[in-house]
Design a protein around this ligand. Structure first.
Ligand SMILES: Nc1nc2c(c(=O)[nH]1)N[C@H]1C(S)=C(S)[C@@H](COP(=O)(O)O)O[C@H]1N2
Ligand SMILES: [Mo]
Length: 210
């Protein structure tokens, strides 16, 4: 704990963040049931304020032939546990932004998962080079409980900012709270400055809670 590990290219700082504790293995943590993957019904949609004005969608086959990246990162749950050394493989968020460009006034995105789970992100957090839409973990397809077929991974933010079972990205011209952000968790969720709870927010950190 607390000892620095070297940062390789394509990886994030290898330290246990303030207030976190290292856990062995990879716990499963989410709200609600694990959805079943139905390939014939599945798509990934980009909608909202796109530059073209219309939405874009990919079937699973179309999406998984896009260029891939590997990112090695730790996963930090805002309630304290950090699991380490995850090797993610998937499509960089920047690739999605290139293929479906946002309108110039887009400031935030909402990541949507099955069953309506959502997480809002500043566009600047979504566009970091380590943010990806992962299909694989440690060389294998994601398991159902860890988000198969697709999960968002944003290594510098707490785990609730990375929906498992990702189904859509909504481009937004103003911020709106997602699932946990509306239930007491910090609107931004930066791990390194310990933005865990909404009571820590400054006014500029996000919209008022409903
Ligand atoms: N769809 C969905 N994604 C989710 C969640 C959830 O409840 N639903 N929980 C988040 C939280 S709080 C964490 S810490 C991580 C946990 O990921 P893991 O189960 O792979 O460890 O998933 C995130 N993604
Ligand atoms: Mo979490």
């Amino acid at each position: 704990m607390g000892s620095d590990r070297p940062a390789a290219p394509g990886s994030t700082p290898r330290r246990i963040p303030p207030g976190q504790r290292h856990v062995h293995g990879w716990p499963v943590s989410h709200y609600g049931p694990v959805p079943r993957f139905r390939p014939e019904r599945w798509n990934l949609r980009v909608f909202g304020a796109t530059a073209a004005g219309d939405e874009r969608s990919w079937t699973f086959e179309e999406f998984t032939v896009l260029p891939r990246v590997t990112v090695v990162a730790d996963l930090h749950c805002a309630t304290g546990p950090t699991s380490t050394d995850h090797e993610w493989f998937g499509i960089a968020a920047t690739t999605v932004l290139e293929l479906a460009p946002p309108a110039p006034d887009v400031t935030h995105v909402m990541a949507w998962a099955e069953y309506g789970y959502t997480a809002n992100l500043r566009l600047s957090d979504f566009t970091t080079p380590e943010t990806l839409l992962a299909t694989h973990h440690n060389g294998e397809l994601l398991t159902a409980e860890h988000g198969f077929p697709l999960r968002l991974v944003v290594p510098h933010l707490y785990g609730y900012k990375g929906p498992k079972w990702l189904r859509a990205i909504e481009y937004m011209t103003e911020d709106r709270r997602g699932f946990w952000e509306d239930r007491g968790y910090h609107n931004i969720g930066d791990v390194w400055t310990e933005q865990r709870y909404s009571h820590q927010e400054r006014e500029s950190d996000g919209p008022a809670r409903e």
